[in-house]
Design a protein around this ligand. Structure first.
Ligand code: NAP
Ligand code: HSE
Length: 344
């Protein structure tokens, strides 16, 4: 895309989308022109300050229209996947925060983008506004990443740390995370580890050059409930007595058998360790990449204003013609996956 002022269409004006639209209409008018915003409930979107003239409830019409860039912030599988694919197929650049769709259809969307020479950027899909994918794809492009491990879901980290620190109930902590705009529209994806598994698939694509089978990523140790569903106030109290806290850790590493060893599991960590000190909505990813050694990226992992930062960074990268989030990494294939407790 080479226009001086890019025409942007935004699909979705919820927690993240309305922040992006607000920024584009106030701080970035020299670089971008918002030509349309798609939602379901027009009146609700207008009440947030989005001009009525920009609003439509026909996202496919908007994607087929005059925009240079489609910013997809609706979430979910469909119609997001079809709209992203249509935009890319038409040669339009796409920015999305949709880890759900990317984790299930990443290989298809990457092929479509590469085939149409369209830019596909998705920094906001992992760690909210905090940069991590560009670190893996650009800064560590020459490294052999061995392990990627992290706290990648803000909602569950907020719940676990609030319950441990203030004695908040699970229900109250989840309600607060929802009110703050951290949780997914259906928070089951957060608390049962599905959102973290989605993000692990995307991290693995950048770290290991392969799209994992999302359905095969374990979200609990054998016999345990998924995600943090089985983490009780009693379990947190017992951990505290031992100087530990519980964190939902997502891990992917290169196995000696060539497979990727991956899982999302609630894990005891020392309270005074870097993961233990990562509280509230903050996320943290540690990367082991010999011979560099170990590095870490930490920052806000969810929330509208924070996540809008990553979307805007991607829009600016598109304006500069920097290409897709995978940068100069070669096309990804698929890789076999095993759980850490499976035999090699
Ligand atoms: P949200 O608050 O639920 O907003 C979704 C928006 O999309 C709403 O404006 C909704 O319109 C619109 N929408 C949904 N389905 C639609 C359809 N079929 N046609 C037209 N409009 C539709 O979601 P969000 O929290 O902003 O999240 C958006 C995306 O960003 C998701 O992929 C999410 O996983 C990702 N993300 C979120 C965060 C965060 O902290 N919230 C952080 C990183 C990434 P109506 O309101 O009119 O229904
Ligand atoms: N629901 C997600 C979370 C939003 O809590 O981490 C950020 O991806």
């Amino acid at each position: 895309v080479t226009r001086a002022r890019l025409r942007v269409v935004v699909l979705g004006a919820g927690t993240v989308g309305r922040e992006v639209v607000r920024e584009l209409l106030t701080s970035w008018t020299g670089e971008f022109e918002v030509v349309g915003v798609a939602v379901r409930d027009l009146a609700k979107a207008e009440a947030t300050g989005i001009p009525q003239a920009l609003l439509t409830d026909a996202p496919a019409h908007l994607v087929a229209g005059e925009g240079d860039v489609v910013v997809e912030l609706m979430g979910g599988e469909e119609p997001a996947r079809t709209l992203i694919k249509a935009a890319l197929g038409a040669g339009k650049a796409v920015v999305t925060a949709n880890k759900h769709a990317l984790a299930r259809h990443g290989i298809e969307l990457e092929r479509t983008a590469r085939g149409a020479k369209a830019q596909l950027r998705f920094e906001a899909a992992v760690l909210g506004g905090t940069p991590i994918l560009r670190v893996l794809a650009d800064d560590l492009a020459g490294a052999q990443v061995r392990v990627v491990r992290g706290i990648v879901n803000g909602t569950t980290n907020y719940i676990l740390s609030e319950m441990a620190a203030t004695g908040a109930t699970y229900e109250d902590a989840l309600a607060a995370a929802h009110a703050a705009g951290y949780a997914e529209a259906d928070p089951t994806a957060d608390v049962e580890g599905g959102d973290a598994a989605d993000k692990l698939v995307i991290l693995a694509r950048m770290a290991f050059g392969a799209w994992l089978d999302r359905a095969a990523v374990p979200r609990a140790a054998p016999g345990d409930p998924p995600g943090i569903a089985g983490v009780t106030a009693d379990a947190l109290a017992v951990a505290r007595e031992g100087g530990q806290v519980i964190r939902l850790l997502a891990t992917a590493e290169r196995g000696s058998d060539g497979r990727i060893v991956a899982a999302v599991v609630p894990t005891h960590v020392p309270a005074d360790s870097p993961f233990g000190r990562t509280t509230g909505v903050r996320n943290r990813v540690e990367i082991e990449a010999p011979p560099l050694g170990s590095i870490a990226v930490e920052g806000p992992g969810a929330g509208g204003p924070a996540t809008a930062n990553a979307v805007l960074s991607d829009l600016l990268a598109i304006a500069r013609g920097e290409g897709s989030t995978w940068g100069s990494l070669p096309p990804a294939g698929t890789a076999a996956l095993r759980a850490p407790w499976d035999a090699t």
